[in-house]
Design a protein around this ligand. Sequence first.
Ligand SMILES: NC(=O)c1ccc[n+]([C@@H]2O[C@H](COP(=O)([O-])OP(=O)(O)OC[C@H]3O[C@@H](n4cnc5c(N)ncnc54)[C@H](O)[C@@H]3O)[C@@H](O)[C@H]2O)c1
Length: 356
Amino acid sequence: MLHFEEYPSTDLIYLSREDVRRAFADVDVISVVRDTVMRHAEGRTLLPEEAYLGWTAPDGSAARSLAMPGGIDTGAGQQLGLKVINASLGNPARGLARAQGLLLLFDEELAWPRVMMEAARISAFRTAAVTAVAALELAPVPPRRLAVLGCGTLARTHVQLLSEVLALESITFHDIEPERSRALAETVAGDPDFAGCAVQAAPDAQTCVKDADLVVPVTVTTRGYLRPEWFAPGTVIVHVSLDDALPEVVEAAGLVVVDDWGLVSHDHRRLLGRMYREGRLRGPDGRYAEGAEQRPGARKVDGTLGEVLLGTGPGRPADTDLVLCNPFGMSVLDVALGSAVADSAERQQLGLRVPR
Ligand SMILES: NC(=O)c1ccc[n+]([C@@H]2O[C@H](COP(=O)([O-])OP(=O)(O)OC[C@H]3O[C@@H](n4cnc5c(N)ncnc54)[C@H](O)[C@@H]3O)[C@@H](O)[C@H]2O)c1
């Protein structure tokens, strides 16, 4: 008979949205993310391919679940975990967030899940932190004029985090739904933390980006619309939503960096993965995709953000060059940030002990 005595009654710690919010107060998100991006470039992470489950929701919206495992060797041990992040494009019309998820952290010794936490805040802030690190590292001078395309959760997170590390003179928003960009511009303009920063909503994407030195697309588009001639010289584009740029932007950029070429190249849905399959883009090793038509003169991906941070990757482009950073989104950042949040929660004695 099975009595399961080998399963002692250890608890699982559950951190709710509010626990995660409170634990965040103690965490330096940007330095956790910066360190992890560098550890990844040093080969001290485990980053398997993610699993993608896509379906059509009963309301006809595209829905998906991503399972993203990752591990980091911190020198003092390994942080291991799995983020599950699900989204339905129908949610915003219901007044609900598009995406929601859970992050599990594993015990290094026993391998058992140890902590489970609400993942939306971690996912949004680790993404904005990559943008902050990229902006500070890749721009010729720290950017001051921010353009944000798409005005949902990621837009708000970016504005909050970027304003903490950049002396922003202006923020311009554009959303395909004009009332969303108007509403976000009004909220930010009315926030005393943004006094002295010119905040506006632009009627179209071209107007939004034309005077910016940092452009962050955080839309849900699957069709490119950003043209290279729209950008001022030296602009840094952090292509968070991965499909806003047209291939010509990639080809015109003086520097193209990714977070992880394996993730980008295995994906066939997003712009860079598609260009690679079409033989229109080569990997950082100069190679074409297997079986792709090898188009002469196809642009090469220059390297990773982590290599730039370590000083082992591509050098600086000319100050007037367009820079494209294409962060696919690495699970190791969720696991590292989640681990810092779990440590902070433990210090603050936050969380619910759930019996197994
Ligand atoms: N690369 C990464 O690491 C990473 C991480 C998290 C999220 N993301 C991506 O960021 C994007 C934004 O996420 P979110 O949670 O803020 O979504 P959201 O649904 O809250 O907001 C998206 C906004 O974009 C607007 N929009 C859609 N198409 C547009 C277009 N063509 N031009 C201008 N605006 C447009 C929508 O009206 C909406 O207001 C998603 O595509 C998501 O997959 C990327």
